[in-house]
Design a protein around this ligand. Structure first.
Ligand SMILES: [Zn+2]
Length: 77
């Protein structure tokens, strides 16, 4: 399973999905999160808005792959 923060967040500067966050970190709405690729700070709220637009399709696709892997005879139409 893909790490939750990697699915949910993407740097608005370089599109990296790697962020320097502590383990079990729960971002608050007005937090800034440091990108570990370019070092810029992203507003968590901005990241969430991006996720709404393009993250959902990616996440659903990942979910389908997981399910199809775990249930070999199950296929989405
Ligand atoms: Zn970045």
């Amino acid at each position: 399973m893909v790490e939750r923060t990697e699915i949910a967040l993407k740097c608005i500067f370089c599109a990296s999905t790697q962020f320097e966050v502590p383990e079990n970190y729960e971002p608050q709405e007005d937090d800034t999160i440091k990108c570990s690729n370019c070092g810029n700070f992203n507003f968590y709220d901005d990241l969430r808005n991006v996720v709404k637009v393009e993250g959902r399709a990616f996440f659903e696709n990942e979910l389908k792959k997981e399910i199809e892997k775990n249930f070999k005879n199950f296929k989405f139409k």
